[in-house]
Design a protein around this ligand. Structure first.
Ligand code: GLU
Length: 552
């Protein structure tokens, strides 16, 4: 009886690994191409950290003409939820981060290195586990959960390192005959890796992001195939990333301490290890304490939050690049109009400790991003968002021609207005442009310097009777407001007002404010000339009438 007999007994139907090695040949890519992946578990929650990882992975693959693929790690079937894969696929799609290969829906995939869902790769893992058993590098373990618990207790009492290793690894010391007998007797078992490592030895490793790290060697005989026949994360990682030709494993830094085990697995399996890049998590400042963005406490941890708020995907990606590479900010300053696709991301410039997530900054990026959109794009995006989240807004946006004029106000200028950070801001920003919204609320007219009722009425009435002309160009329009001011005894120029203290009670700017407040019930709006143009005479007249009524 030898290891081969044992392996055949455990996995009688497995193929030789040479079958898989031929089926998934080395990728034919140019020198330096990065093959990398996003490998989430379908647990029903897509974390912003996953999007961050995918953005980085996809960008590096694109920059090097490599491959970015999506692998679904569903070996822990207890944690699975319905439509978990769809959620992930859709989140990536929403942000323009579609993979080159991998899952494209709950059940479909594309690419030549699949299946890309681990539960569909059982045969592959078993073939490699068999290969290890044949060489005496893995073995069946018959310990029951109770025995495991007993070992743990003893270790705790003796104050020694927990785990299944060395003398504690009971089943590692069975003879092949004993193992075969137990199996034939129907005893239940799992498969463990026989670690060749020693805890008192160190391994040095260079992580692409974290730099040089040193760890004790792994000496744990970890489980590689569980009772349900599926692999553990560690074993699946080694087999999959080998067969799928991954050059760079970009993943969360909670896995950094597993590197000694992973390198060992690659070595014992006879695989060339990939490069590892461990990303620090996105952090949050919580009352002065830095902590990880938490699924439970922070709504912004969920990718769905950004869609709900209507923060444009362009802004989210731009912001994530900002926290990924400190060089991004300078690049953006030097190239304000370039697409983020042109920025060259560098893995070795990523922060070693977690970058802070700053909502204020993200919304600021949102304002800049939206200020550069065309009126058409703002319209389309706002409408798309409204359809999902705001019926009232959707309704007023039905008038496309009018809405395009509204969104064109002060757009395309050299210094466009930055007043919309997210689609959920749109309504508040434009409500005075739509009668349905404007009149549905009780208006509050915050008149400023000129706030005397008779004066306000005089200004509004005289303006409409004598000065307003729909055909005026901007200069003509403003000259008329000056004339109006002069006629009512206000300074026609601000300069004149300042040079003659005591002579005037207010100036042309204050008269404009009266018009603005009566028209929009705000003191601060975009260009009033443009607003009047879009509203047109009838609406202006109606609004002034209402404003005058409100004075009484
Ligand atoms: N499924 C693992 C996780 O979600 C993947 C880690 C990796 O990228 O290898 O943490």
């Amino acid at each position: 009886m030898d290891y081969k007999d044992l392996a055949d007994l455990i996995f009688p139907d497995s193929k030789e690994i040479s079958y898989y090695e031929e089926k998934y040949p080395k990728r034919d890519l140019k020198e330096g191409a990065i093959v990398t992946r996003f490998a989430p578990s379908p647990t029903g929650f897509v974390h912003i950290g996953g999007l961050y990882q995918s953005l980085i992975a996809k960008k590096l693959a694109n920059q090097t003409e490599g491959v970015f693929f999506l692998r679904i790690e569903d070996t822990d079937q207890k944690r699975e939820v319905e439509n978990g894969v769809t959620d992930i696929v859709n989140s990536l799609k929403d942000f323009g981060l579609e993979p080159d290969e991998g899952m494209i829906s709950e059940t479909e995939e594309k690419g030549n290195y699949g299946p890309y869902k681990q539960s569909k790769r059982k045969d592959i893992y078993q073939a490699y586990a068999k290969y290890l058993i044949e060489q005496g590098k893995a073995y069946p373990c018959f310990c029951t959960p109770e025995e495991g618990e007993e070992i743990r207790k003893k270790q705790e009492e003796a104050k020694i390192r927990p785990g299944y290793y060395g003398v504690w690894a009971k089943c590692r010391h069975l003879t092949v005959e004993e193992m075969v007998e137990k199996i034939k007797n129907g005893e239940k078992y799992i498969i463990r890796f026989k670690s060749p490592g020693r805890e008192d030895k160190k391994i040095k490793h260079k992580d692409v992001i974290k730099g040089n790290v040193e760890f004790p060697e792994n000496d744990q005989d970890i489980v590689i195939i569980k009772a349900d026949g599926l692999p553990t994360y560690h074993f699946a990682h080694a087999v999959d990333d080998h067969l799928m030709g991954t050059t760079h494993v970009i993943r969360g830094d909670e896995w950094l301490s597993s590197v000694p085990l992973h390198l060992q697995l690659f070595h014992e399996l006879g695989f060339k290890p990939p490069k590892y890049a461990h990303i620090a998590p996105i952090m949050k400042n919580d009352n002065g304490n830095k902590r990880k963005l938490s699924k439970r406490k922070d709504p912004e941890a969920a990718v769905s939050y950004y869609e709900e708020q209507g923060i444009p995907k362009e802004a989210v990606k731009e912001y994530l690049l900002n926290i990924a590479n400190s060089t991004f900010e300078n690049w953006r300053r030097a190239n304000p109009d370039k697409s983020i696709e042109e920025f060259q991301l560098q893995l070795n410039k990523m922060s070693v400790s977690g970058a802070l997530f700053d909502m204020v900054k993200l919304l600021d990026v949102g304002k800049t991003v939206i200020s550069k959109f065309t009126a058409e794009k703002v319209y389309e995006e706002a409408l798309k968002w409204a359809k999902r989240h705001d019926e009232e807004l959707e309704k007023v946006l039905e008038d496309k021609d009018y809405s395009l004029k509204v969104f064109a106000i002060e757009r395309g200028n050299k210094k466009p207005r930055k007043d919309i950070a997210k689609w959920s801001d749109v309504k508040e920003n434009i409500e005075y442009m739509y009668d349905e919204l404007f009149y549905s609320k009780d208006q509050y007219y915050p008149y400023q310097i000129i706030n005397n009722k008779e004066e306000i009425e005089k200004i509004l009435t005289l303006y409409m009777e004598k000065y307003y002309d729909d055909n005026d160009d901007k200069q003509g329009w403003f000259d008329k407001i000056k004339e109006l001011s002069g006629e009512l005894g206000y300074a026609k120029e601000v300069k004149e007002f300042k040079e003659n203290p005591g002579k005037y009670t207010a100036h042309v700017g204050d008269v404009s404010t009266v018009l603005r407040v009566a028209l929009t019930s705000r003191t601060n709006t975009p260009d009033m000339y443009e607003i009047m143009k879009v509203l047109g005479k009838d609406k202006i007249e109606e609004r002034f009438k209402k404003a005058i009524e409100e004075l009484k």
